[in-house]
Design a protein around this ligand. Structure first.
Ligand code: ADP
Length: 280
């Protein structure tokens, strides 16, 4: 479905965001790109819809190489969900969801906002399927909560039933419970349709809960690629660059000989700094 072949990215100011990443995402997979800020997640996702052109390597979607002359064909096959929702706040929910159909419309129809009845029906269905009600359709997006706004973002992304959805930190501006609900909704929508999802996150616990596969980046390189179940503390260190916590050596308790003073109780022994960190 999605194939990154040795992609590298050096921005104009010399920042090396990605250093030769190869990744194949099969159809239907919910693949989370995990990493801390600046790891290269956004750059990788934006390469998948041609917003960033790699300085080296190639990206293919459904076997078609992303290039200037193939973008118009590929774009309608990719839905995009953004961290800041990227909705038109002054416009209604319905108009924002309908905007998801624009990449497949002739320019003149798009300019005049001439959506087909079928597109309007689809927008209504999607609004309902993301958990909003009919009365939300004509409401301004600015009047909705953050979680509701991202539901609109999800509905818009599925408007053209794309086989691939890219979600760039879709829950970074939401509280933990809403983040959970929104990711759950995204996964359900994707599973129902067999959609492939490439979703960037920085929260390990959410990645482990929702991903079929986690690809972790650090400094523009893949440091882990596997199932959530294979995640362990060493992987955590590799992603977030924590120094491994030294495992405290067992402190030998001196044998108490008869006639000696009573040995100091164990709790009074100086605690190893690592032991303290482990205990927290
Ligand atoms: P992430 O999404 O993991 O936070 P990004 O892909 O946004 O990471 O950024 C990776 C690196 O590239 C960072 O060092 C960031 O500052 C840099 N970067 C991102 N976009 C640009 C740009 N347009 N120009 C210069 N550097 C950029």
């Amino acid at each position: 479905m999605l194939n990154f072949e040795s992609v590298a990215m050096r921005y104009a100011d010399g920042t090396q965001a990605l250093g030769g990443v190869s990744l194949q995402v099969p159809a239907g997979q919910f693949c989370v790109v995990l990493g801390s800020s600046g790891a290269g997640k956004s750059t990788l996702l934006r390469m998948a819809n041609g917003l960033v052109k790699p300085t080296r390597g190639t990206v293919q979607v459904e076997g078609v190489r992303i290039a200037a002359d193939s973008l118009a064909r590929i774009r309608p096959r990719i839905g995009m969900i953004h961290q800041q929702f990227n909705l038109v706040m002054r416009s209604s929910v319905a108009d924002n969801v309908l905007a998801g159909a624009l990449p497949a419309m002739p320019t003149w129809r798009a300019l005049l906002g001439l959506f087909t009845d079928e597109a309007r029906r689809k927008a209504c269905e999607l609004v309902e399927s993301v958990g909003l009600q009919e009365q939300h359709l004509l409401r301004r997006v600015s009047e909705l909560s953050g979680g509701q706004q991202q539901r609109v973002g999800i509905a818009r992304a599925f408007m053209l039933e794309p086989p691939l959805v890219l979600a760039d930190e879709p829950v970074a501006s939401l509280d933990p419970q809403t983040s959970h609900d929104v990711l759950s909704l995204l996964r359900t929508q994707a599973r129902e349709r067999g959609t492939t999802v490439l979703c960037s996150l920085h929260q390990i616990e959410l990645a482990c809960e929702f991903a079929d596969r986690i690809v972790a980046l650090r400094h523009g390189a893949v440091v882990f690629d596997g199932a959530p179940g294979a995640f362990d503390p060493q992987v955590f260190d590799a992603i977030y660059g924590r120094e491994p916590v030294p495992v405290p050596m067992p402190v030998p308790v001196p044998a108490v000989r008869s006639g000696d003073h009573a040995a100091e109780p164990e709790a009074a022994l100086p605690l190893h700094a690592g032991a303290l960190e482990l205990a927290q």
